[in-house]
Ligand binder design. Sequence first.
Ligand SMILES: *[C@@H]1O[C@H](CO)[C@@H](O)[C@H](O)[C@H]1NC(C)=O
Ligand SMILES: *[C@@H]1O[C@H](CO)[C@@H](O)[C@H](O)[C@H]1NC(C)=O
Ligand SMILES: *[C@@H]1O[C@H](CO)[C@@H](O)[C@H](O)[C@H]1NC(C)=O
Ligand SMILES: *[C@@H]1O[C@H](CO)[C@@H](O)[C@H](O)[C@H]1NC(C)=O
Ligand SMILES: *[C@@H]1O[C@H](CO)[C@@H](O)[C@H](O)[C@H]1NC(C)=O
Length: 208
Amino acid sequence: MRPSAITALFLTLIAPVLAQYNFSSSPFRLMIESQNSTLNGTVLGACHENAGIEALCPVGSTLDDSATSVTTFYQNVSYFRDSSNSTVNTPGLLCWDLYLGSLGAISSPMYLNTMPNSNVATPIISTGRTILQRVVFDECGWLGIQSYLDDSSAPPARRLKTYMNWMVCTTYFSYTMETLAWVLGSEPIMPQNPTCQRVLVKRVFIEP
Ligand SMILES: *[C@@H]1O[C@H](CO)[C@@H](O)[C@H](O)[C@H]1NC(C)=O
Ligand SMILES: *[C@@H]1O[C@H](CO)[C@@H](O)[C@H](O)[C@H]1NC(C)=O
Ligand SMILES: *[C@@H]1O[C@H](CO)[C@@H](O)[C@H](O)[C@H]1NC(C)=O
Ligand SMILES: *[C@@H]1O[C@H](CO)[C@@H](O)[C@H](O)[C@H]1NC(C)=O
Ligand SMILES: *[C@@H]1O[C@H](CO)[C@@H](O)[C@H](O)[C@H]1NC(C)=O
């Protein structure tokens, strides 16, 4: 490899770590859209998995209820696209504030927890991670993840596509419970966990 190619590869791989991701979007809630009317319109909340570790669970309330700290998220990006501080289509960290009494709020980012034997990953919120999952929100507020193409080009192309492989499944991390999940792979999206129901996740800003 030419040195410039090596540098480019190096920068690609470590960019998520080097970038600051210290500009916060306005706070928002995450609403589920589903064919299942029980899930449709419910919002996601941080739910306890372990000390300082949370998954995202449908908390059964709707947007008609007032936002609580459990259902309040924000996105940290490295740059704002314009003076209105828009974060549309800007990759960044999905963050949630863990309140620790007198220590105050600890900004906690999301990563995807994978298991070697499954194509179903669980989004987990934790402060103790260096490999984090960047997410994007499109013009309509739908939550996605961008990744490089490797299913339709050889060799894999350094061309980003946005995927929305969200599910609500009964998962196990520290507890068995119903959480947001992500199916690894591209179309067709086929979770091996039989409890999974396909959903979309929408950002709804919290009115000040
Ligand atoms: C998000 O940005 C805010 C504001 O700069 C910062 O205080 C916080 O630590 C950041 N969170 C993460 C997880 O980087
Ligand atoms: C984020 O980090 C950059 C580079 O260190 C700095 O210039 C900027 O002021 C920081 N922004 C916030 C909101 O802390
Ligand atoms: C889900 O809720 C949206 C409104 O938030 C509604 O437009 C849609 O028809 C609902 N879908 C189902 C299957 O209930
Ligand atoms: C709808 O979702 C609820 C909550 O996850 C689940 O208990 C129920 O079985 C689902 N209904 C259908 C028809 O899948
Ligand atoms: C945009 O973000 C910067 C840095 O966080 C802040 O100083 C500024 O007031 C924000 N502007 C708007 C329009 O919210």
